[in-house]
Design a protein around this ligand. Structure first.
Ligand code: DGJ
Length: 485
């Protein structure tokens, strides 16, 4: 029952709220924050329920709000908007504005804009955005572009694009040092080299190139941050949309000597590419959060299908950093505490079939034992909401929110085509499932007692198609994503 399909991949994940004992949450707009939990490898939704598009983005804190800017593209990949959202807790994001649009300048009507970043210039009282600018057809222009606004989430005025000091300029980031000096870092020389530029006092242009780093080593996606007087520059390799080994170097002066490159994370940074490192300064500590993009281009999807991977950074010494995978990242912006966790006590999620984009549901919201489990167009019903509860040894019970009952392979059958139903939770291994990584944010859901996979019967895309177990294969009707609710 392994059906291959060319159907559009639907990965409508969102951010989630943990409502467990002792955990509270506040909506954006509140001046305070509490611990929130964010599901990694997902798309996020804004507070209006729309998919949040801030890819290749960066965050700036203004007063009590974090403002997140990033790419929001047309379906063909061309520039549509730089969009801006704000949050106090980094989980509940309020859409603020499409701060740059195709109408902002004639050269933006058909363009490619990547990796917008914003810093504030306290002398000119302007928010200054730098970004990577290309035509909509290829990467030949290799330019940087600048836009400004007097309010952080206002309409930015486009000030044009250029090659800084006539060097090619692609993947880009900005950094504002403690003394107010601005720096721009971008990939030059057909991405072979990385250049660090000091910005002019108004941040509108570059005044000089202060570093040519790692010539010929093809580092891109730069993210620069400073911790206790040590600068860390995190970069990816250069493999298009596909993830690769991220590396970092340190220095005690941006213009001084940088260390050699060190590996960080696993060989693909958990299927993501760095875009930014966010310091979260709280009352108790300052943590550093890795913000990465899991680009949909890696599975031939459009940029706006991309997902986010946010991970805590650990610092074994003052000049070393490590990043480990975490299914969920917990953040308390009030204290500054950030930690990663595994799937145990996951927040409620929809389970979305890859081939159909439809959700696992208990038929007719029944609360009875033996109710059928089907696929259904995703909605807000709690009969489509599931919690993965740790059953030990890498297995989970999958519990329906509306009924408190468990996904169950009927009668503990080990046969192909045995129906999936809901049943009162117990200790049976026919109610225990492991998640097997199928790549690109999808999982096979494998029954412990049978080793067989949750499968939408015959690869149907229809509402009401039953879910059964079947011998695991490569079919996308056996691949599921977690979409937080
Ligand atoms: C990797 C870059 O980091 C992205 O911003 C984007 O330009 C892709 N390459 C395009 O392949």
């Amino acid at each position: 029952m392994s059906l291959r399909s060319g159907w559009a991949r639907v990965a409508l994940f969102t951010m989630v709220m943990v409502l467990g004992a002792g955990t509270t949450y506040l909506f954006a707009g509140s001046a305070e924050a509490a611990t929130v939990s964010i599901a990694n490898g997902t798309q996020f939704k804004d507070t209006a329920g729309n998919i949040l598009h801030a890819h290749g983005g960066g965050i700036i804190k203004v007063d009590s709000y974090y403002y997140w800017f990033g790419e929001n593209r047309n379906s063909n990949g061309s520039f549509r908007y730089v969009s801006c959202y704000r949050s106090t807790d980094l989980k509940n994001w309020e859409f603020r504005n499409h701060v740059l649009t195709q109408n902002s300048a004639s050269e933006l009507s058909s363009a490619n804009i990547e990796r917008p970043k914003v810093i504030y210039n306290s002398s000119t009282k302007q928010y200054v955005m730098w970004m990577h600018k290309e035509s909509s057809s290829d990467y030949g222009q290799a330019r940087a572009a600048v836009a400004t606004s007097s309010t952080v989430d206002g309409n930015y005025s486009y000030r044009g694009s250029f090659r800084p000091l006539n060097y090619m300029s692609r993947d880009i980031t900005l950094f504002r040092d403690d003394d107010g000096t601005g720096y721009m870092i971008s990939a030059a020389n057909e991405n072979a080299d990385l250049h660090v530029y000091r910005l002019s006092a108004d941040y509108l242009t570059v005044s000089s190139r202060v570093q040519l780093l790692w010539a010929g080593q093809k580092r891109e996606a730069p993210a620069l941050f400073k911790r206790n007087g040590v600068y860390f520059l995190l970069t990816s390799g250069c493999t298009g949309w596909s993830p690769n080994q991220q590396k970092y170097a340190t220095a005690t002066s941006i213009t001084g000597t940088w260390s050699s490159l060190q590996n960080v994370g696993n060989g693909t940074m958990y299927d993501s590419q760095t875009t930014f490192v966010l310091p979260i300064q709280g009352s108790q500590t300052t943590s550093y959060l890795y913000l990465g993009d899991r680009w949909a281009g890696a599975w031939s999807g459009p940029v706006n299908d991309s997902q986010y991977v946010w991970l805590p950074i650990q610092f074994p010494t003052t000049t070393t950093m490590t990043i480990s995978w975490a299914t969920n990242v917990s953040i308390d912006t009030a204290t500054g505490a950030v930690s990663g966790s595994t799937l145990t006590d996951d927040p409620m999620v929809n389970l979305v079939a890859r081939h159909s984009g439809k959700c696992v549901a208990v038929e007719s919201s029944s609360t009875a034992d033996h109710a059928a489990v089907i696929q259904q167009a995703c909605g807000s019903g709690t009969n489509q909401q599931w919690q993965l509860q740790d059953a030990g040894s890498g297995y989970y019970r999958i519990v329906a929110r509306h009924s408190g009952k468990c996904l169950d392979v009927t009668s503990g059958s080990t046969e192909d085509r045995a129906a999936i139903i809901q049943w009162s939770c117990g200790s049976g291994t026919n109610q225990q499932f492991s998640l097997q990584d199928a790549g690109s944010g999808y999982y096979r859901i494998v029954a412990r007692h049978s080793g067989k996979c949750l499968d939408v019967t015959s690869g149907s895309t229809a509402d009401g198609a039953t879910i059964m177990q079947y011998t695991c294969g490569s079919g996308t009707n056996q691949q599921w994503s977690r979409r937080a609710v």
